[in-house]
Write a protein that binds this ligand. Structure first.
Ligand SMILES: Cc1cc2nc3c(=O)[nH]c(=O)nc-3n(C[C@H](O)[C@H](O)[C@H](O)COP(=O)(O)O)c2cc1C
Length: 211
C-alpha cells in the first residue's frame, strides 16, 4: 500500500471522490469541502442514486452539477483554495479509469452496498467502480465509507474482500466523545477521519487527549 501522505512534488494532491446512493451525503459534502480547503485537486463522480440522495437529504437546490456553489454557500470562500472537476459515472474513458492517471488516492463516501459489491468483485461497471479497481491494482489508497444497517452477510463478506484487497474500511460511524452539537459536527468527525486516512492532519474535530 502506497503511503498517501508522501509526495516528492509540489503539485496539489489529486484525489478521486465517489459519491454513491447510501444515506449520508453530508459526509461527502463535508469531506469535499475540507479537501478543497487543503488545496487539493478533486475528481468527483456521483452515481445516479448519489445525486438523488443529495436532493433527498440536502434539499431541492442540492444538485450535483451545482456542487461548487453548494460548498461555497455552506463553508465559505475557503473551498476555492482547491480545484474540482466532476466526471460522469458513465464515462469509462475518463482519466480516473486508467492506472497511468496520477490520482493518488480515492474515497467512496458514502459507499452503498451495491457499489461495495461491485468493488469487492472487480466489476468496473461504472467510473466509480473502475476508479476503485484502479486504486487496488496500483496499490494506492482506497477508502470506503460504507453505510447500511443492519448489514447482510454478503455485504459483510464484501467488506472483508475489499479489506483483503488493500482498501481501508472506514464505516460512517460518528463518535460522541467529542460532544457533537449539530449534524455538521457529526459529519466533520467522519470527514476528519477520512482526511487522516488520506494522509492529512485535520482540525475538524479535537483529538482525544486521553483524560
Ligand atoms: C432514500 C434512500 C436511502 C438509501 N440508503 C441506502 C443506504 O444507506 N445504504 C445502501 O447501501 N443503500 C441505500 N439505498 C439504496 C441504494 O441507493 C441503491 O442500492 C442504489 O442502487 C445504489 O446504487 P449506487 O451504488 O450506484 O449509488 C438507499 C436508497 C434510497 C432511495
Amino acid at each position: 500500500m502506497g503511503n498517501p501522505g508522501v509526495t516528492t512534488s509540489t503539485e496539489p494532491r489529486r484525489i478521486a471522490v465517489g459519491i454513491t446512493g447510501a444515506s449520508g451525503v453530508i459526509y461527502a459534502v463535508r469531506t469535499v469541502a475540507a479537501l478543497l480547503e487543503l488545496g487539493c485537486h478533486l475528481e468527483v463522480v456521483f452515481s445516479d442514486y448519489g445525486k438523488r440522495l443529495m436532493l433527498d437529504e440536502l434539499g431541492a437546490d442540492a444538485k450535483a452539477d451545482r456542487l461548487p456553489e453548494l460548498l461555497a454557500a455552506r463553508y465559505g470562500s475557503v473551498v476555492s483554495r482547491g480545484t474540482m472537476v466532476i466526471h460522469s459515472n458513465r464515462d469509462l474513458g475518463a482519466t480516473l479509469a486508467s492506472g497511468s492517471h496520477r490520482a493518488d488516492s480515492m474515497v467512496i463516501v458514502p459507499c452503498s452496498m451495491k457499489t461495495l459489491a461491485g468493488v469487492a468483485h472487480g466489476l468496473s461497471r461504472s467510473l466509480i467502480e473502475r476508479a476503485a479497481d484502479v486504486m487496488l491494482k496500483e496499490q494506492r489508497r482506497l477508502v470506503l465509507v460504507p453505510r447500511e444497517t443492519p448489514m447482510s452477510l454478503p455485504a459483510l463478506k464484501n467488506l472483508v474482500a475489499c479489506a483483503e484487497a488493500g482498501a481501508m474500511i472506514l464505516p460512517a460511524m460518528p463518535a460522541f466523545y467529542q460532544q457533537p452539537k449539530t449534524i455538521d459536527d457529526l459529519a466533520a468527525f467522519i470527514a476528519g477521519k477520512i482526511l487522516n486516512a488520506l494522509g492529512f492532519d485535520q482540525q475538524l474535530f479535537p483529538a482525544w487527549k486521553g483524560e
